[in-house]
Design a protein. Structure first.
Length: 379
């Protein structure tokens, strides 16, 4: 009997250990997000041929006379515009960026040294770029509508990256005779599609292996986490609900149901209250209509700039009605402080971190060790 007893105890311990090990294996994403090994040390393991998988606004073809790139605006709401066709025959090393996100495309690739001009110091967190500005290696060229054309010419850029939503001043830049390239990455509604625009920078700089390596790392982490969320929530009849935005000037600014952020909510295992909306960007609605839809939402995503640590009290000071919402009362407000994080600079090229931030809020058991990077629950 004693032998049987000890045998039963040992078997129980072995089963418990095996179960614990299986549990650890199931949390693949949690370990992936804590892998500190730099992907840039493995770039030689990747192909130097660019293939586009997610980005709707990029098409790449390899032909005898060079790499042919077709650029279009991927925003479903955008009016049809003439595609831009460029042929890359050699790598370039001198660029001007006109948005913080364009800088982020170079930053995640470790290629800030190729930026010779930038339009503004606002929203820049890259220490390397700030050093380049201080040393004079990178010049500030002014803002759209008021560019310093002499400085632009002095930097001798090979290309100037411009944004579809910036309407002032680009005509003047054309007078410099420097090729302008539209960077529409921020218009992609698929988070991985937006990040995939780093491959355009890889083509322009001749760093295609580097771009493939960095994107593969982003893609692996994003899709692994997305799959684990799907697995963990497959048996749930009710997903946590989420509302976005808040009152800004003339209305409650909220992201559309076909937007980049709405896709992140879905992939993070949440039910977005505006999921039936057909807009791909942000929209302003009257306060009452959003309030009625979102008062009982489990979570509330919003962002803004704060001089210190933004709190629930500060949020309630903006409008007393906020304090009556379930997400507020239950301390389930997920906030991104734009003045304290490089969201404008890197958010679009780090969708795997944005996804992880939301998963940490919606389903914390999936990422027990993860520390949020951009969006955090506030108190």
């Amino acid at each position: 009997m004693k032998i049987l007893y000890y045998f039963a105890v040992i078997m129980t311990m072995l089963i418990s250990c095996a179960t614990a090990q299986d549990g650890k294996k199931e949390l693949v994403a949690d370990s992936l997000y804590h892998d500190q090994d730099s992907i840039l040390s493995h770039i030689e393991d990747y192909s130097d041929t660019i293939e586009i998988k997610y980005a709707k606004g990029l098409k790449v073809e390899y032909k005898p006379d060079g790499i042919h790139v077709t650029i279009t605006n991927p925003d479903p709401a955008a009016k049809a515009s003439k595609p831009q066709h460029i042929t890359i025959r050699k790598s370039s090393s001198r660029f001007i960026c006109t948005t913080a996100l364009q800088l982020g495309n170079f930053e995640v690739l470790g290629l800030e040294d190729k930026i010779v001009g930038i339009n503004s110091l606002r929203h820049i967190f890259s220490l390397r770029m700030l050093d380049q500005l201080e040393s004079g290696k990178t010049a500030e060229i002014g803002k759209e509508g008021n560019f310093d054309l002499e400085t632009v010419m002095r930097t001798k850029p090979d290309f100037i990256l411009v944004s579809a939503s910036k309407y002032g001043g680009f005509e003047a830049l054309k007078e410099c005779g420097i090729p302008l390239i539209f960077h529409h990455g921020y218009k992609e509604t698929n988070p991985l599609g937006q990040a995939e625009w780093i491959k355009l920078v890889g083509i322009l700089t001749g760093e295609t292996k580097r771009a493939n390596a960095v994107f593969a790392d982003i893609e692996k982490k994003y899709n692994t986490l997305k799959e684990e969320v799907e697995k963990a929530t497959s048996d749930n009849k009710k997903l946590p609900t989420v509302i976005s935005g808040r009152q800004l000037r003339d209305g409650w600014y909220i992201v559309g149901g076909r937007s980049y952020m709405a896709q992140l909510f879905r992939d993070a295992g949440a039910d977005y209250i505006m999921k039936d909306n057909k807009e791909s960007g942000g929209i302003a609605l009257d306060f009452e209509s959003v309030y009625a839809k979102g008062i009982h939402a489990d979570f509330w995503q919003t962002d803004g700039s704060s001089k210190g640590n933004f709190s629930l009290k500060e949020l309630a000071n903006e409008d007393a009605r906020y304090a009556t919402m379930d997400a507020f009362k239950n301390k389930k407000v997920i906030f991104c402080d734009l003045s304290q994080t490089p969201y404008r600079e890197l958010g679009g090229v780090q969708p795997h971190f944005l996804l992880a931030d939301f998963v940490k809020a919606f389903h914390p058991e999936i990422l027990p060790s993860y520390i949020p990077k951009y969006y955090k629950l506030i108190k």
